[in-house]
Design a protein around this ligand. Sequence first.
Ligand code: I3S
Length: 130
Amino acid sequence: RTQLPLSPEKPSEKCGVLNVTKITENGKKVRKNWTSSWTVLQGSSLLFAKGQGGSTSSWKFGSNQSKPEFTVDLRGSSVDWASRDKSSKKHVIELKTRRGTELLIQSEIDSVINDWYRALNETISAHAWE
Ligand code: I3S
């Protein structure tokens, strides 16, 4: 049987460095501000911390100085590939939350962004009835 990296019955954690910007907050358009963020998918939450010069090894949530910058509740969110008018960058995911926040999430590495696309969709499906 095919081994899925992330199966809905066993929601695992996933983390890595992604480029992230908000484009809408609580339904209001905000100015783009792309930042490199250490990103953690944990249960139905997506957590972002400001990147530390791209270094991933020194970052762990749970240690003292690593409070997430912001957290997104994935329950009721939707994920799609961003259309061309949303960004000129390649490999951009658009994430819309139930509360009217829209984020763009991007990586230059297409295998990385494809894994995140799949993981986010599986997480949203796994929590669809909450
Ligand atoms: O959607 P926009 O306004 O073309 O987004 C670009 C801007 O946010 C730009 O910054 P300023 O115009 O605020 O200086 C960013 O540097 C670009 O990266 C944004 O566009 P992309 O296409 O990279 O998402």
